[in-house]
Write a new protein. Structure first.
Length: 418
């Protein structure tokens, strides 16, 4: 018999779920903007701080233990991402790391070269590479989004990625539509022409298994605050490429990998929290190695979230006046973006917050190219609800009730006014 997802046990791992506003429980549907933090992450951070913080490479115990903790964090992340320990670098956030890497790649780009980005992506995986192209006199090309399927036009890869292409940046999944992109054809085509590949896995990390070696990409980026940890950016860079990167750094700072990208003193307590976040995922899985348990844990999360998603997707598709921006086929994350006819998106999310203590977000979510393509900015962007493994069927029912109540209330109000 298949084991049920331990939802109550999972919820016990998230202290924020006990929050009450005006005596009412808060419902967190804003995971795509940042998940709540697992208690293991909090405990790891607290333990590091309480035991004595220190900088690196000293002869005293707090420094030695900090070195050991960072090594353990790197090993845990490498198991999560499917890469080598020495390929993992930490930073303030994914965006900051992407800009730093872009600057470091300037030696690889020259005037007349081409850089390919996509219309589906968060701008954190677009603007660093556009900036690089501008600085080096390269041309930027956008891989188009199919307006009907809400997926990338992969049939255009041969036309878009040419012998002049030196870098291709694509997202594993969209933080708006939930679309999971089949990145293998993109990476394979890039390899054919000798181009570097950058994959943004920020939105995909809490929902699907990651394997940098299997993907075959050169750079993989994510952030732990999207997978139940603190605000710490993570970059995994293929070892031979990493060694060639010429980074901006202080003269006495290390020149070897991965440390040369980690400028200044890192957020050690935050990195300790990354270990705890991965422990939460690992605990949901099984296997003889940490890698196996992490993959199994993510699979359990994905299965549970899919069970919640099917009901919610059908509901949103059934409501009059709603336009749901969701891929018509293929794998998707539990992320739902929609607009409501004749209503500003902020009015809807504010009403849900006031009447149901519900955290539902609105805006363009930095997927501004797509927002402009669909013209949603005039109505406040999208309304977005995102599911996490701590959400319940009951919470989904409350959202359905709340949104239906908003529509009915304003329908009656319009009838009275007319």
């Amino acid at each position: 018999m298949k084991e049920m997802f331990p939802i109550e046990k999972v919820r016990d791992r998230f202290p924020a779920l006990s929050r009450l506003d005006q005596g009412r429980q808060v419902i967190f549907f804003d995971g795509p903007g940042g998940t709540q933090m697992a208690d293991y992450a909090l405990e790891s951070m607290n333990r590091y701080i309480r035991n004595g913080m220190a900088n690196l490479h000293g002869p005293f115990n707090t420094s030695i233990q900090t070195d050991q903790m960072l090594n353990e964090a790197r090993a845990a992340v490498s198991d999560f991402l499917g890469c080598k320990d020495q390929e993992v670098a930490f930073g303030a956030n994914m965006t900051t790391l992407a800009f730093s890497i872009a600057r470091s790649l300037s030696d690889f780009i020259k005037e007349g070269d081409e850089i390919v980005v996509t219309e589906l992506d968060h701008r954190a995986n677009v603007d660093p590479w556009i900036t690089l192209a501008h600085d080096r006199g390269a041309t930027v090309k956008f891989l188009e989004l199919d307006r009907e399927t809400l997926s990338l036009r992969l049939d255009a890869l041969d036309e878009m990625i040419t012998d002049r292409t030196k870098l291709v940046a694509a997202g594993l999944s969209s933080n708006v539509t939930g679309t999971v992109t089949d990145i293998k054809p993109i990476i394979n085509r890039a390899k054919e022409v000798g181009s570097l590949t950058v994959i943004d896995a920020v939105h995909g990390a809490p929902h699907m298994a990651l394997d940098m070696n299997e993907f075959g990409c050169d750079i993989l980026l994510c952030s732990s605050y999207k997978f139940f940890g603190p605000h710490v950016g993570i970059a995994a860079i293929r070892e031979d490429l990493f060694k060639k990167l010429s980074v901006y750094k202080l003269k006495p700072a290390p020149s070897d990998i991965p440390y040369k990208l980690e400028t200044g003193t890192q957020n050690h307590e935050g990195i300790a929290g990354v270990i705890g976040a991965l422990r939460f995922i690992e605990e949901l899985g099984n296997g003889s190695t940490r890698r196996e348990r992490l993959l199994s844990g993510i699979h359990a999360i994905d299965e549970y979230e899919c069970s919640l998603s099917s009901d919610l997707e059908g509901f949103l598709q059934s409501l009059p006046g709603i336009r749901l921006y969701r891929a018509s086929k293929g794998k998707k994350t539990p992320t739902f973006a929609f607009t409501l006819e004749a209503h500003n998106s902020r009015d809807v999310t504010a009403w849900l917050a006031e009447n149901y203590n519900m955290c539902v977000a609105d805006g363009d979510f930095y997927a501004s190219t797509m927002a402009e393509k669909f013209g949603v900015n005039s109505s406040g962007g999208w309304i977005r609800i995102g599911l996490a493994p701590y959400n319940t069927k009951e919470e989904v029912q409350i959202f359905k009730k709340g949104l239906a109540a908003f529509i009915e209330q304003h329908k009656q109000s319009a009838a009275v006014n007319n």
